[in-house]
Design a protein around this ligand. Sequence first.
Ligand code: FMN
Length: 387
Amino acid sequence: MPVITCIDDLKQIYQRRVPRMFYDYAETGSWTEQTFRENTSDFDQIRLRQRVAVDMQGRSTATKMIGQDVSMPVALAPVGLTGMQHADGEIKAARAAEKFGVPFTLSTMSICSIEDVAANTTKPFWFQLYVMRDEEFVGNLIQRAKDAKCSAMVLTLDLQILGQRHKDLKNGLSAPPKLTPSTIANLMTKWSWGLEMMSTKRRFFGNIVGHAKGVKNAASLSDWTAEQFDPRLDWDKVKKLKEQWGGPLILKGILDAEDARMALDVGADAIVVSNHGGRQLDGALSSIRALSSIVDAVGDQIEVHLDSGIRSGQDVLKAMAMGAKGTYIGRAFVYGLGAMGQKGVTSALEVIHKELDTTMALCGRKHVEDLDRDILLIPKDFEGNWQ
Ligand SMILES: Cc1cc2nc3c(=O)[nH]c(=O)nc-3n(C[C@H](O)[C@H](O)[C@H](O)COP(=O)(O)O)c2cc1C
């Protein structure tokens, strides 16, 4: 077992182990990738205030997200095709999250189905919904998430149409991969991934195949998904979906204070300040830069979470100190999963936990609730001067 000291160690193993098509799928942003890059580089601009001679005993990273106990304020974000990064990937990631005491969010576009993840875990997980044109299918998905006892629904609002990622088009991304001369050449160098993938039956979108009308096989599936994301999604529809679901609701993909107020009006329990990891609107602000204006607008009335760009416990600490009440990691756990399956996701969580705990201590804080802007050094124009 290699010694893993940071998320980047996992990323390097992940890159060696997983077929190029799926590595590129994760490690890319839309168009010029400006927002994708700035999601991480903007975190780097914020510095920490070192404090000394503070009694550090009895520290804890434990807190709550939407009233649920978490061992640290870091959930696993919904990631489509997780089961292509590693065989049975969603089940493996969910199990690692469950053991670690953090929420796992299952994507609509997962390989393992809602029922399959529920049957292979012991604690409730969160379900992420993409709104599709087929209302009966969406209604059934919500019912299936209820039946599986999912403890929150994460409704994604920033993907009514798909941002363009050049590499996915060039690679002909599909699940399972189409066998062309170049994918075959690449797959031949990824034999451990291939052997594990051959030992599982979970190789298609498990929430869709057999559940959506007219989708019987991989070929019909790709046509179906391409035309299914519903461009009509609006706030009235969000209200209806909230009623249909009836449980805790998290609205994901908010990047603007006005939208945050709308989310508050529809009665959501939390919002996720997110630009989808830089995969949708290229040129949008990084999440960490957008956070303060949203916290100022609604932070005392609704729980504000953040994702996009988190690669370390220091990043988690910065987001929490700027007013977030929870964070999510996407790629950071995917690197771990692709590198080493369940162990790799655990390893990613351990790395981030250790970094968060140590950084908290060196900033002179013992509890997540004590994190505030006082421990940060933020460049003067970090959040301002946009017109
Ligand atoms: C490979 C990949 C697939 C994703 N699939 C989904 C998805 O199915 N649903 C969703 O709401 N967000 C999806 N996202 C966005 C993540 O939930 C999250 O917002 C993003 O990964 C956070 O940025 P980070 O990867 O820098 O942590 C995906 C992100 C990645 C990297």
